[in-house]
Design a protein around this ligand. Sequence first.
Ligand code: PLP
Length: 437
Amino acid sequence: MSIFSTAQQEIAAQLTEETIDLSKWKDWQWQLKNCIKSVDQFEELLGIKLEKKLRMKIDLTVKKFPLAITPYYMSLINTDNYKNDPVFRQSFPAPEELEVFKYDMSDPLSEDKDSPAPGITHRYPDRVLFHISNICSMYCRHCTRKRKVGDIDSIPGKEDIMAGLDYIRSTPVVRDVLLSGGDPLMLSDEYLDWILTELRAIPHVQVIRIGTRMPVVLPYRITNKLVDMLKKHHPLWINTHFNHPREITASSREALAMLANAGIPLGNQTVLLAGVNDCPRIMKSLMQKLVQNRVRPYYIYQCDLSEGLTHFRTPIGKGIEIMESLRGHTSGFAVPTYVVDAPGGGGKIPLNPTYLISLSTNKVVLRNYEGIITTYKEPDSYEKIFCDRQCDKCELQLKLDDAEEYLTIGIEKLLSDHDKTISLTPKNNERMERRTS
Ligand SMILES: *Cc1c(COP(=O)(O)O)cnc(C)c1O
């Protein structure tokens, strides 16, 4: 199969006056310059004509949530059955996006509330999300940050980035920085190099991660020059965002191989989307194709409660069914973690089918993926050690200069021996308020 498919050649020919060759098609700047941003152009290139009533609704939708798709990603649409095409569904506006339900929120993950500095979301104890770009090469219809898409179509200036860097520099608990956006790879190599260099100069930043959809929607962005720059900043991890096996093409494979060859561990975050990938067979095929390309499936996300996403949402049961079809049925490293990002900013909550059937003090009853029910005999002689957090006196050899003290919180705290807390009580609990008054 030629990388420069007939569909690609046709799209290219319609977009430019001159006939272009493969090298121009693979120029990511050309792809960006020729992004499709209007419904007319979309129709023309696909050779379709929407009926009038639908077209009016689509025009309204685009006013609220703009449209953009790269010529490359567009060329993946199967024109014979475009309405059900996974790429079409992820890129073309749907009138349902305008339906707002009472559970929908513009910022369901409270990212704006948990922001101590420009561009920073600090939610977890040891890591931060750093939004270094407000732009993307295409606008995913299922974007959780849909509220911001097309707002200020720009890349933050050095001053804004500097404020974020200052926060990270002055917050020593941050050992992992996740560059996100928008798409961080919309920045020039030089600008990104500067940010990565600044981050690397901070002693407590152990790991840097980049979240990008470029390998999916614009794989030509992964150039030798980019990869040579990235690999100067190890340990650097990249998470990408494939949602459907059809997105894994010769070009995206090449991009992934370049990144993996540069020693960058690759992960993938999939969003569970009704009408796109809410099928165990599609998901299994996707996960297997990812590992074939050295990408470790990392998360499957339950679709967020953002405005305009309701038509993409599935019940959580669909996600559990998918997890059931993966664990045991395929390679363990092809099985991601299924998570719900808690509305209100509680962070990611993992969900799994139930494998624990019952237990007594000496036996646990479990079931496996085939439905076999089995028992695990607990040890008769487990010596319980009361942990008082005096690690220097403990026989387990925790190397103390590498293991700084930290406060236990949440359920970890309830389980610990050294903390006297016996329960966690929500704030404003009426009964507790009666006690104090
Ligand atoms: C997802 C996320 C992270 C990273 O979480 P991991 O589970 O470590 O991948 C960090 N901060 C925020 C705000 C997030 O949403």
